[in-house]
Design a protein around this ligand. Structure first.
Ligand SMILES: [Zn+2]
Ligand SMILES: [Zn+2]
Ligand SMILES: [Zn+2]
Ligand SMILES: [Zn+2]
Ligand SMILES: [Zn+2]
Ligand SMILES: [Zn+2]
Length: 434
C-alpha cells in the first residue's frame, strides 16, 4: 500500500474496455481487498456474490494491465519483450533528461518510492532500469545491462505527456470529459477530440490508428472504405475534407474493376472475411498467409478512396484481412509496422494472455468452500464476510482520517483481532446478520 501511495497514476480506469481506451492506473490485485472494504461503507447490504463479482472485476482489470508481465523478474533478460506493462520514472529520469522505460518488476523493486508514469503497455521494449540513462541508480534485479537499448522507441509518454496536444493525464487544467484512446501504431494516447474525427462508440471499434500514423502508413486509407468502422460525422464533400485518390491507373486493373458490381475473387474473399466473427476475439491465431497471387491492396487502391487528415477506427480481426503478399510484407517492414498482420500483437491478446496465465491461481478458495457447505453454513459465512467488511472499513477509515499510510503489519493486526472477536461470537450461534 505505501508503495502505491507514492505513484502517480497514468490515468483512470473507468473505461478500460477491450480497446484499452485509457492509460490504466495502478490498481493491483493486492489492493482489491481494502478498496472493497471502503466501498462496503456506502452499501452495507451486499450479497456475497456481488462482493465477489466486484472484487473479481478489480482483479480482472489489474490482470488486464499487467497481462503476462512478470512482477518478480526484470524483463531485460528476455530481450525486447513483444508486449509488456511499462513505466517511466520521473524521479530517476525527469523531463529534460534522456527518456527511459522500466519493466513491472523494476517498478516495484528498484523504483518503489519514486514518482512513476504508467505507460500502459508497449511493444518491443527492453527494460532500461539502471543502464547509462540512470545516473544514480543501480538495478536491484538485473544490474548487468548494456549501457543502452538502441532498438527501444521513446515518445513524450515517457515524460508523462500524451496526444498531439502534449498534455499530462489526468490533466488538472482540462475540464472537458474525454476518453483517451491509444493508437496501435505509435502507441501514444490521444484525446477523442484531437483525432480529426469523432470516434465511434468505444464498443463499436477495436483499434485506432492516429492521423499521424495514417499519414505515414497511407496504404491503410485504401482499406478504410472496406474495413474501417465508419465515423459518425456527416460526409463532407471530398474537396473540402480530403483528397480522392485513384492510384494504379493501369488499363488492366481498370478493366478488371470496370463493373463495380462484379467482384473479383479477392474482393469476395475480403467481403466474406468481413462478416461478423463468431469468435470472441480471445483466440490469437497466427495470420494465414495470403496464398492468392493477387494483391488485395492493389485491388483496393484501384478503387476510389478518400485520404483525410484524421484517425481511423478498426473492428475486431481487421488485421487478419490485410494483404500479406510479398510486396505488402516488404512495405510493412519498410514502414516498421510488421505487427499489423499479427493478431497476437493486439492489446486484447496480451490481456487474454494475462488472464489465462493466471487462470490457474484464480480458483477462489472462498467459492470452493462455499459450494461445499450447506445453507446454514453458507449464511454464517456470508454474515461473517459482511462483518469483516464493515469492521475493516471502520478500521481503515481511522487511517484515512489520520492521514497515515496503512502498513502490512496494520492489516495483520486487524485480522488477528478479528479472529479473536469471531471466536467469542461463535458461541452465540447467530445465523443472520445483525
Ligand atoms: Zn527491469
Ligand atoms: Zn526511479
Ligand atoms: Zn531494476
Ligand atoms: Zn489532446
Ligand atoms: Zn499513431
Ligand atoms: Zn499485397
Amino acid at each position: 500500500m505505501e508503495k502505491e501511495a507514492e505513484r502517480t497514476a497514468g490515468g483512470d480506469k473507468e473505461n478500460e474496455s477491450e480497446g484499452g481506451e485509457q492509460p490504466a492506473d495502478n490498481n493491483r490485485s493486492e489492493d482489491a481487498g481494502s478498496e472493497e472494504g471502503e466501498r462496503g461503507a456506502e452499501e452495507p447490504v451486499v450479497s456475497l456474490a456481488e462482493v465477489l463479482a466486484e472484487s473479481e472485476e478489480l482483479e480482472k482489470e489489474a490482470r488486464a494491465v499487467l497481462g503476462g508481465s512478470d512482477h518478480e523478474r526484470c524483463s531485460y533478460a528476455q530481450g525486447a519483450v513483444k508486449r509488456q506493462a511499462l513505466y517511466a520514472c520521473s524521479t530517476c529520469t525527469p523531463p529534460g533528461e534522456e527518456p527511459a522505460g522500466i519493466c513491472l518488476a523494476c517498478s516495484y523493486e528498484c523504483h518503489g518510492t519514486h514518482k512513476l508514469f504508467e505507460l500502459y503497455t508497449k511493444r518491443n521494449f527492453r527494460c532500461d532500469c539502471g543502464n547509462s540513462k540512470f545516473k544514480n541508480l543501480q538495478c536491484k534485479l538485473l544490474p548487468e545491462k548494456a549501457t543502452l537499448n538502441p532498438a527501444n522507441k521513446y515518445n513524450d509518454n515517457f515524460y508523462g505527456l500524451y496526444c498531439v496536444c502534449k498534455r499530462p493525464y489526468p490533466d488538472p487544467d482540462d475540464e472537458i470529459p474525454d476518453e483517451m484512446i491509444q493508437c496501435i501504431v505509435c502507441e501514444d494516447w490521444f484525446h477523442g477530440r484531437h483525432l480529426g474525427e469523432v470516434p465511434p462508440d468505444s464498443g463499436d471499434f477495436h483499434e485506432m490508428v492516429c492521423q499521424g500514423c495514417m499519414a505515414r502508413c497511407s496504404f491503410l486509407w485504401a482499406y478504410a472504405p472496406k474495413l474501417a468502422v465508419p465515423t459518425v460525422t456527416k460526409v463532407t464533400p471530398a474537396a473540402e475534407d480530403g483528397v480522392i485518390l485513384n492510384v494504379e491507373e493501369t488499363e488492366e486493373v481498370k478493366k478488371e474493376n470496370g463493373a463495380d458490381s462484379q467482384m473479383t475473387t479477392e474482393e469476395e474473399k475480403l467481403v466474406q472475411n468481413n462478416e461478423p466473427s463468431t469468435s470472441s476475439g480471445s483466440e490469437c491465431s497466427k495470420t494465414v498467409k495470403n496464398e492468392a497471387s493477387t494483391c488485395i491492396l492493389e485491388e483496393l487502391q484501384a478503387r476510389q478512396y478518400l485520404k483525410k487528415n484524421s484517425a481511423t477506427f478498426w473492428p475486431h480481426n481487421w488485421r487478419s484481412k490485410l494483404c500479406t503478399c510479398k510486396e505488402c510484407m516488404k512495405m510493412y517492414s519498410d514502414l516498421e509496422v510488421q505487427f499489423l498482420t499479427d493478431e497476437c500483437d493486439t492489446v486484447l491478446a496480451y490481456e487474454n494472455k494475462g488472464t489465462s496465465d493466471q487462470e490457474a491461481d484464480r480458483r477462489d478458495p472462498l467459492m470452493d468452500t462455499l459450494s461445499s457447505m450447506n445453507r446454514v453454513q453458507q449464511v454464517e459465512l456470508i454474515c461473517e464476510y459482511n462483518d469483516l467488511k464493515t469492521e475493516l472499513t471502520d478500521y481503515l477509515r481511522r487511517f484515512a482520517d489520520e492521514g497515515t499510510v496503512v502498513k502490512r503489519e496494520d492489516i495483520q493486526q486487524f485480522f488477528e483481532e478479528f479472529q479473536s472477536r469471531k471466536r467469542r461470537r461463535t458461541d452465540r450461534m447467530q445465523y443472520y446478520c445483525s
